[in-house]
Design a protein around this ligand. Sequence first.
Ligand SMILES: [Fe+2]
Length: 439
Amino acid sequence: MKFTDLEKLKGREPERPARLSAPPRAAAPRPQDPAPAPPARPEEAGLSSETAEAPGSSVPAARPAAPPSETGRMIRPAPRAEENMGAPEGAAGPGSARAAGPAPRERKNRGQSNEAPRRPLEALEADASLAYARTLKAARDLINGLDGPFLDGYARAMAALDANYALLAEGPLLLKYTFHATADSYLYGHTANTAIIAQAAGLALGLGAEDLRLLAFGALAHDAGMTEFEEMVSRDVKLVSSERDRLRLHPELGADKLDRLLDIDHRDKERLKRIVSQTHERADGAGYPAGLGAEAIDPLAQIIAAADVYEALTHPRGWRGPMDPHAAMKEMIDRYASAFGQRAVRGLVSALTVYPPNSFVRLSTGETARVIMVNRRSLTRPAVEVLLDADLAEMTPQEIDLAEHPLTAVEREVPWSELAAKAPAFAARYELARWWRDW
Ligand SMILES: [Fe+2]
């Protein structure tokens, strides 16, 4: 069942997501256009800077792991639409205008590919945008609903999160939406994004169905205790040390709030409380509130913790800009591997790869593109959205799955600082499009 069908059954219109609007073809950037804020450093994100183990080259390739269905709580299989696989040669995503872009690219015959069939990007896009809107709504409902007894909080959240698993297993386009932030409270966007990133990591690690559900719900609930400090964390200034000390109460406050869930098995609730209370523990013992070591921390809490910090690094806050996804991933590997444990970081790296969604790359054509989807079987050939031509002039966005276009390759990553310096007007518009709005 598609989400639109689900909404019809419930007799209401689905929440409409804001799409990253296609920047109009524009003249060359003007020198007076303002550049966005520089990327944040981890210290500015209020994160501890534990020494990390370098992972070397042992990061395994991500592999698709369809959620097991042996338990009573089924995770729906990824929808397939094999009848759509014969997409016209050169077909592109919505909003693309090949006539306005470069010459059509050589496209690999899908019939000769070893990859599992999936729907075309444009079909995934429609479901992913609705899934993101529903995840954001689930985050708002859960965070606000836990202020009192919550009759169906678990079931309502899991309806959205189970649908995410089905979509992520088919093709993780949903991850590109974790670019978004919410202006009324950063908590909604942050927790929705953390949940989606943790879900992708859980799938990459091949977790079982029960763990996948607890992982997703735990990630969505992990900051429930932050509502007690909302005014403090919403200010546009960094916290002082005494405020940071008070903030250290939030994992246990959040765990206590889960007692207000009335529709969950008590054993699951107890494990979720443990998970939420441990999301700021660190495998090297440097976390809080208890300073637990790796063996004492629930593995799901470690995955959520890794997703939480990656999201925090790449998410803008009042006092700093976001960190480039490339740089954030490098920080996770170089500096935080010992804090979260190798397995959790491996799950994150497997899900996001060396070209994480929403990072920028230069293609062999000279164009600049945003990574929109990891290809699990071809990690160096993600699906991208080409946004700037070889002269860094904005062009009509063009979605291309590089796994299907063997003649076009990623040449190198493009740091955000380079993009902001060379195409400041584009960079400013791109940062503006980060703020999610319902319409
Ligand atoms: Fe968090």
